[in-house]
Design a protein around this ligand. Structure first.
Ligand code: BGC
Length: 756
């Protein structure tokens, strides 16, 4: 069979390449790198592969002793190639001066930082942004984040995080785009385009980093850093597509991952890094390890000691060592003893230098560190407006028995719950330099939206978190203090309508924040019961970094919105939706389970040999909980309703070079304007390896006035049907297919075709 390329992206959600991998490979630059490499000592070369987290305050006095003094001296001697966590125009300028004005070859440092959903202006967490199903909006969010970060002297973000995640227990599900490889690929490419723009050398663009390569999201039982053991088929067909999309969009760097896959730590995986990324995909940038992941190969039971780990990591194609200090300590000795070929070092250094050249750092190492631009380009009204716009697009309306939208002239409204006036949680984890407590809370958003005559009551009800709240401290969610409940009940009773803000706080999701139970923590269930007893007109505003098991809450209230953690403008964006200034258009990028025991739960599962009949006992099911999710992937309501015609196919058979179109008329059948996300799924009925029951292959956001109808046309080519087959190739297999169109992954109209 002819090998088909993974062009696999359907109109209308096309990917356009930005500063691509080709942009990194420039003959003139390669010559400069040859010349520079010729002048470098082995130690200086290894220095380029050595990355430290800011070891001391760059704007303070020079350290005079200990590890800080050692790092200071190493930077001055050209033994450090990159730093992370140095931020701000002044600090980055000082750090750069240390390297450039003191080292022999004056090679600039590259400054990296986790700019995941904004730098100072904080956008929704990536899982929330993915719910917008709007790659252009997501690209804009990344573009603004890059503009702010670059003005603060940063060159490089450790983003986008493109891990497909299908287990809501995993805390880092908040950082990615959810469960689906196709949606994930669209978002990955959009973020790379946004961060990198058209020209990496521009002073408002930064290098992207696709992470965590690979399969970090497939940790067993959703426990962070845990073992991964997946097949080559799952790796290629589910895990890798968003990475490939990021590489195709020109991501200048990749980060490997903490996990092992099938017994091999990703950091030492020749297969992932050399064969696939640098081999098959022709990636020309560099791979940075994850924090300490080279050193972690010792406890993994893969390396004897740090020296052995350094040897294995460089051999496997991990180019830069983030904070294991393995390369700086051991690579020179390993080269001298003949255990590591110096060619491996040269190649890794070449890759790092390539990115530094592309960023323009050799022309002017200080070009990004501009205090004036930092002030002018940060948290501008335009950036805040964009953050509000993306935030309201990210909100998903899960239930509405007619209570929403609310009237702004309502007589009284009670805003209740531990997250109701929380100005910090909406910033989420991985919030860059977003200042603590700087988000617009729901209470503030509501007060700003309602009429002057409306009485706004507030009660916290119960605290969600006791103790510290920050990236490194474990938070405690077992509060037992019921003293605030009576005031919440009283407020609920006194108001015409209640907004109940519950869910998760900022640091309940993110790195190291896996949970075995994804229900509501603390006294929140009790609070819901008490409030609903006092007033039936309750809108639950669910803030969370992951799907939660909230079926009982959905049953108890007439309206439920998932608002994730929406960033700086959270309260305004939620008010925009609740009061009808914006008709909700978000759709779930991840299935919401009925019960945690269903996890991992995802729409694109396999059929199994026993998909039914449901009347028997011996079919693939649980005896106590249904198989299907509470809310399926792709689901989200609007303030209007939409209907779909039967899909019309331009042909019922296509050849390998052919194409067919799938057309469907979408009608706004309600009384208000609204936005629908039309979704196209395909099922390959028989494969040389079995195929999922449905795979998203296209989507389009369409704005429709009340009563308006529009035809949406998707195009399918053989390339869109390709997958990694049993022959170890990316190709489409002839046979029968089903195609589905509709507004979510469950409620679909279908037709059939075949590929010759
Ligand atoms: C995370 C990465 C992050 C790095 C640097 C690690 O713990 O896994 O995603 O980029 O730290 O902050």
């Amino acid at each position: 069979m002819k090998r088909l390329l993974v062009a696999g992206l359907l109109a209308p959600a096309l990917v356009v390449c930005s500063a691509g991998a080709q942009g990194l490979l420039n003959p003139a630059t390669e010559k400069k790198i040859d010349a520079l490499l010729g002048q470098m000592t082995l130690e200086e070369k290894i220095g380029q592969l050595n990355q430290y987290s800011s070891p001391f305050d760059m704007t303070g006095p020079a350290p005079s002793q200990g590890a800080q003094k050692r790092a200071y001296d190493q930077i001055r001697s050209g033994l450090v190639g990159s730093m992370l966590n140095v931020t701000g125009a002044e600090a980055t300028r000082k750090a750069q001066q240390l390297a450039v004005e003191n080292s022999r070859l004056k090679i600039p440092l590259i400054f990296g930082y986790d700019v995941i959903h904004g730098y100072k202006t904080i956008f929704p967490i990536p899982l929330g942004e993915a719910a917008s199903w709007d790659p252009a909006a997501v690209e804009r969010s990344a573009r603004i984040a890059a503009t702010e970060a670059a003005a603060a002297g940063l060159h490089w973000t450790f983003g986008p995080m493109v891990d497909v995640a299908r287990d809501a227990r995993w805390g880092r599900i908040m950082e990615g785009s959810g469960e689906d490889p196709f949606l994930g690929s669209q978002m990955a490419a959009a973020r790379v385009r946004g961060f990198q723009g058209k020209d990496l050398a521009a002073v408002d663009t930064i290098a992207a980093c696709a992470k965590h390569y690979a399969a970090y999201g497939f940790a067993e039982a959703g426990r962070d850093y845990n073992t991964v053991d997946i097949s080559e088929s799952t790796l290629r067909n589910v895990v890798l597509p968003p990475f490939k999309a990021a590489a195709d969009a020109g991501a200048a760097t990749f980060m490997n991952s903490f996990n092992e896959i099938g017994g091999i730590p990703a950091t030492a995986s020749v297969h992932l890094q050399r064969e696939i990324l640098k081999g098959e995909w022709g990636f020309k940038g560099f791979v940075v390890s994850d924090w300490g992941s080279i050193g972690e190969m010792v406890p993994h039971g893969f390396s004897d000691d740090l020296a052995h780990a350094a040897q294995q990591a460089i051999a496997a194609g991990s180019d830069m060592d983030m904070e294991s200090r393995a390369y700086v300590a051991h690579l020179a000795g390993l080269v001298k003893s003949g255990k590591v070929d110096v060619k491996l070092i040269n190649e890794a250094v070449r890759r790092v230098l390539r990115v530094k050249y592309a960023l323009g750092l050799f022309d002017d190492p200080y070009r990004y560190s501009d205090a004036g631009r930092e002030r002018a380009a940060t948290m501008t009204p335009e950036h805040l407006a964009a953050a509000r716009e993306v935030a309201r697009k990210s909100i998903v309306l899960l239930k509405n028995d007619g209570l929403l939208p609310l009237d702004k002239t309502v007589r009284s409204i009670a805003v209740i719950g531990p997250l109701a006036d929380d100005k910090d949680s909406p910033l989420g984890n991985w919030r860059g330099q977003g200042a603590a407590n700087s988000a617009v809370s729901l209470l503030e958003g509501v007060k700003a939206a309602v009429s002057p005559a409306t009485r706004v009551l507030y009660a916290e009800g119960a605290k969600l978190v006791t103790g510290p709240r920050n990236f490194s401290a474990p938070s405690v969610y077992n509060t037992t203090d019921r003293s605030g409940l009576p005031a919440a009940v009283e407020a609920a009773r006194a108001a015409d309508v209640v907004l109940l803000a519950i869910g998760e706080d900022a640091y309940q999701s993110g790195e190291g924040r896996s949970q075995a139970d994804i229900g509501l923590k603390g006294l929140q269930d009790e609070l819901v019961r008490a409030v609903v007893e006092a007033n039936k007109r309750v809108v639950v505003v669910l803030m969370s970094g992951r799907p939660l098991t909230i079926g009982h809450v959905a049953d108890a209230v007439p309206a439920l919105v998932e608002s994730w953690l929406l960033g700086s403008q959270s309260g305004h964006a939620i008010a925009d939706v609740l009061f009808g200034d914006y008709s909700p258009s978000g759709r779930l990028p991840v299935s919401f389970p009925r019960h945690v025991g269903q996890e991992p739960l995802y729409y694109g599962h396999k059929n199994t040999g026993r998909p039914g009949p449901e009347s028997s006992v011996t079919w693939s099911h649980y005896t106590d909980v249904a198989n299907d999710p509470l809310y399926p992937f792709g689901f989200g309501l609007s303030y209007t309703t939409f209907s779909y015609s039967e899909p019309k196919l331009s042909a019922t058979e296509i050849g390998r070079d052919g194409r067919l179109t799938v057309s469907v008329t979408v009608t706004n059948t309600g009384k208000r304007a609204g936005t629908e996300v039309a979704q196209l799924y395909v099922r390959d009925l028989v494969g040389s390896v079995t195929r999922p029951v449905k795979e998203l292959k296209g989507f389009e956001r369409i704005d429709l006035l009340a009563g308006q109808a529009r035809e949406v046309t998707f195009t399918i080519t053989a390339a869109d049907l390709a997958f990694y087959t049993a022959r170890g190739r990316w190709e489409a297999e002839p046979g029968a297919f089903r195609v589905f169109v509709g507004g979510n992954s469950r409620d679909l109209k279908e037709a059939s075709f075949s590929l010759r």
